[in-house]
Design a protein around this ligand. Structure first.
Ligand SMILES: *[C@@H]1O[C@H](CO)[C@@H](O)[C@H](O)[C@H]1NC(C)=O
Ligand SMILES: *[C@@H]1O[C@H](CO)[C@@H](O)[C@H](O)[C@H]1NC(C)=O
Ligand SMILES: *[C@@H]1O[C@H](CO)[C@@H](O)[C@H](O)[C@H]1NC(C)=O
Ligand SMILES: *[C@@H]1O[C@H](CO)[C@@H](O)[C@H](O)[C@H]1NC(C)=O
Ligand SMILES: *[C@@H]1O[C@H](CO)[C@@H](O)[C@H](O)[C@H]1NC(C)=O
Ligand SMILES: *[C@@H]1O[C@H](CO)[C@@H](O)[C@H](O)[C@H]1NC(C)=O
Ligand SMILES: *[C@@H]1O[C@H](CO)[C@@H](O)[C@H](O)[C@H]1NC(C)=O
Length: 326
């Protein structure tokens, strides 16, 4: 890894005309596609982080050109799942959704029961700093790929969704990640205080955009909060969590409420604060990633307008670190 980084830097110094140009153009835009990477084909990779070797799966689209900056999506798996499962679940690599950026599926470290997971879960090893890992991973990706630094996004399912929320609450991560989309997020309360962990996003942005999706029938991370299925922690009421983000982003008003997918069993109620904080509540859904076709989570499908992958991609495309550009 050290050797690769060194070579990339030498290459960047050798080609960049001035220091300021080198600063504007990420190293990853002046080097070629890293060896071993095939456009349009996903690959498992590793990065050294602290004393750990951490895994991630990467997908660079066929349309990628080494000097044109593209968006980056980080997609975090649920507890006891892995990076490949998350790629298949969240579908950001699937060209039929039209995302022309790089998608990366980081993998959590196994806990003592062998379940891979993320910081924020009560069983996650306290020695592991997944926020630091994520920030290091972003740096590694910027060194090797041509990424638009104002269009880096995070999404995740369940524990990975809870972790996406922690990134949004982190001073450093919220300066680098443009928008956050937890799906069936596990937002755990601190067992001692029975409150959510402190949330201190950067003050240097006008808003921290948040989009959350949750099944009203979720019996793993209950919509109205309470004990999880392992009974080792309470999660918060989801609408309270969403509402707290609206307040944090300065909204004093109620959201615009709408509905999708018809009025019966499939109804989805939408809550929208100026496209900045958005929440979809699915009448028929359990602990799932809402999709129009059966996926690794479920065979219960939703309508196209409420398909999480599609809705997230459209919404991400309207946000940069600089604000709403839709
Ligand atoms: C990539 O990692 C996944 C686990 O996320 C594993 O199932 C798969 O076998 C790995 N693929 C290769 C080619 O090693
Ligand atoms: C890609 O998405 C389409 C729907 O847009 C789906 O039919 C297809 O199965 C997906 N491909 C994979 C490999 O998951
Ligand atoms: C969620 O918790 C509430 C309150 O305990 C309970 O009434 C409801 O049945 C639970 N819902 C699911 C889907 O488990
Ligand atoms: C969950 O919340 C209930 C009610 O507030 C509390 O009595 C219980 O101790 C909590 N359980 C855990 C594991 O935090
Ligand atoms: C939220 O509402 C705005 C209007 O304030 C609209 O432009 C936007 O499309 C809505 N977002 C979603 C995800 O429905
Ligand atoms: C969520 O959807 C359920 C089922 O349609 C509905 O009863 C509930 O009022 C909705 N909204 C909230 C905030 O719970
Ligand atoms: C969907 O999954 C449930 C539970 O796993 C199963 O009982 C049912 O037969 C499945 N339905 C279809 C249409 O595959």
């Amino acid at each position: 890894m050290v050797t690769v980084t060194f070579l990339v830097q030498v290459f960047a110094l050798g080609t960049a005309a001035t220091a300021s140009q080198a600063h504007q153009l990420q190293d990853g835009c002046t080097s070629g596609v890293p060896s071993g990477i095939t456009l349009g084909r996903s690959k498992n990779l590793t990065i050294e982080n602290g004393d750990k070797t951490r895994k991630y799966r990467l997908h660079v689209p066929k349309s990628y050109q080494t000097s044109v900056p593209v968006p980056l999506i980080l997609s975090f798996h649920g507890r006891d799942k892995d990076m490949k499962f998350q790629e298949e679940l969240s579908q950001f690599s699937n060209s039929s959704y039209g995302f022309e950026g790089i998608s990366v599926y980081p993998e959590g470290v196994p806990n003592e029961n062998g379940a891979k997971q993320w910081q924020g879960d009560p069983d996650a090893p306290s020695t592991i700093d997944d926020v630091a890992f994520t920030l290091d991973l972003i740096d590694e990706l910027l060194r090797n790929y041509c990424i638009d630094t104002s269009r880096i996004y995070a999404a995740g399912k369940s524990n990975g969704g809870g972790f996406t929320g922690l990134l949004a609450c982190d001073k450093k991560a919220s300066r680098r990640i443009a928008a956050f989309a937890p799906v069936s997020g596990a937002f755990y309360l601190d067992p001692k205080t029975q409150e959510l962990p402190p949330c201190n996003p950067t003050q240097s942005r006008d808003a921290i955009p948040i989009m959350e999706f949750h099944g009203f029938k979720d019996n793993t991370i209950n919509y109205t909060g309470g004990l999880n299925t392992r009974k080792n922690a309470n999660s918060t009421d989801v609408f309270t969590w969403v509402n707290a983000w609206a307040r944090r982003n300065g909204f004093k008003n109620s959201p615009t409420v709408g509905d999708l997918c018809g009025q019966k069993a499939r109804k989805v109620t939408t809550y929208n604060w100026s496209d900045t904080v958005v929440h979809y509540n699915y009448t028929n859904l359990y602990h799932d990633w809402p999709s129009t076709f059966p996926n690794g989570d479920t065979n219960l499908t939703t309508c196209e307008d409420a398909e999480a992958t599609k809705v997230i991609l459209k919404w991400f495309s309207k946000w940069t670190l600089g604000g709403h550009v839709g």
